[in-house]
Design a protein around this ligand. Structure first.
Ligand code: SF4
Ligand code: SF4
Length: 350
């Protein structure tokens, strides 16, 4: 199971789509529960992946060090804005398997939303983590300023990231004309990325673009029974005050509370009702649980995003016959297409 551990509600940046730190009374800036309770829960899990989360998790390096010194986990990772890497001693970085670094693509796009010089700092730090043998994942937020094809290809060509993932800045942000942007940029860009993915498959390489790979994996292997991030059924979040939530964003929402470090219960049926008869549900799992519960853009906004999701899924799934062919001809192995997002804390569906 995936455990997202919120080390602090504090962040040192104020990216415009996020707004920075959580208030201390909602998500404390230091952990306030007994780490031994967490140790017991995690060590009872036969296959735990632990990802440090925030705020910016490196604002509380002490918790990360205590955890690594005292608790056994199969896989350890961190979701970080990539600016405070040097705060954690090298000895601890050597115990970390995967780092997800926030970067939106080209320098001007990243700096516009995350702050001046952030791109340079994050790419320098990504280089450092890669040199330590840590798997690196670029975690992009995609907005109306993004050219999806250009941003993704830029990150692939940097050669600093083993995998690329993105999320659309929709529903939890101010409303914008995502429909028009999708028509003019996103959907045509997805087509080009999918063509690139296929071209590389014929060269025997699988380019790990998670929104493509995660859908293809669900076709050949197990589908998603709820949000691909695992929210509430294969993944839980432990907040700094010791609550256990289905989703790390839902820090104020009662529906997300599954219990606490004293005990909790997973969701049994995580697929939203409206998704029950959808032909894409095995690939999509209802997309983001938080978005489908909160619907900040109303029913209409939800449907606009849903139509974009379906359009993107159609494009990705259209290459299945070609992939079948590439497997038959020995260009790639079927097993190389298997992807489990709960090992990386990614969401698959943007
Ligand atoms: S495409 Fe839409 S309706 Fe279908 S499973 Fe995903 S979120 Fe649900
Ligand atoms: S995809 Fe949605 S449900 Fe899953 S972790 Fe992110 S915000 Fe929460």
């Amino acid at each position: 199971m995936l455990w997202l551990l919120v080390t602090t509600g504090k962040c040192n940046l104020i990216c415009d789509y996020c707004g920075g730190s959580f208030p201390k009374d909602v998500v404390p800036w230091k952990t306030t529960y007994n780490i031994n309770k967490l140790k017991k829960l995690i060590e009872n899990d036969s296959n735990p992946t632990v990802i440090f989360y925030g705020g910016e998790p490196l604002n509380n390096p002490k918790f990360i060090m205590d955890f690594i010194d005292n608790v056994r986990a199969k896989r350890i990772g961190i979701q970080t804005n990539g600016t405070l890497i040097r705060i954690l001693p090298l000895k601890y970085w050597k115990k970390i398997n995967v780092a997800l670094l926030s970067i939106d693509g080209r320098e001007e796009i990243t700096d516009k939303h995350r702050g001046k010089k952030i791109y340079r700092v994050v790419t320098e730090n990504s280089k450092l983590l890669k040199s330590l043998g840590i798997e690196t994942i670029a975690r992009m937020t995609v907005t109306e300023d993004s050219d999806i094809y250009e941003e993704v290809m830029h990150l692939i060509n940097l050669g600093l990231y083993d995998k690329i993932h993105w999320q659309l800045n929709v529903i939890w942000t101010e409303k914008w004309n995502v429909e028009r942007w999708a028509r003019e940029n996103y959907i045509p860009g997805i087509k080009k990325l999918v063509d690139y993915f296929v071209e590389k498959i014929w060269e025997g390489k699988i380019i790990k673009i998670i929104p493509i790979l995660g859908v293809i994996s669900a076709h050949y292997f197990e589908g998603y029974k709820g949000s691909p991030c695992g929210a509430g059924y294969k993944s839980v979040t432990v907040t700094s005050d010791g609550r256990v939530l289905s989703c790390p964003i839902a820090v104020r929402e009662k529906w997300a509370e599954l219990g606490s470090v004293d005990g909790f219960k997973l969701m049994e049926d995580p697929l939203p009702e409206i998704c029950k008869n959808c032909e894409y549900n095995r690939y999509c799992g209802g997309r983001c649980l938080y978005a489908s519960k909160e619907k900040y853009w109303g029913e209409e906004g939800f449907n606009i995003v849903d139509n974009i999701t379906k359009e993107y899924l159609k494009i990705v799934l259209s290459i299945i016959p070609e992939i079948d062919n590439a497997i038959r001809k020995g260009s790639i192995k079927l097993s190389d297409l298997k992807y489990d997002p709960t090992l990386d804390s990614t969401e698959v569906i943007p």
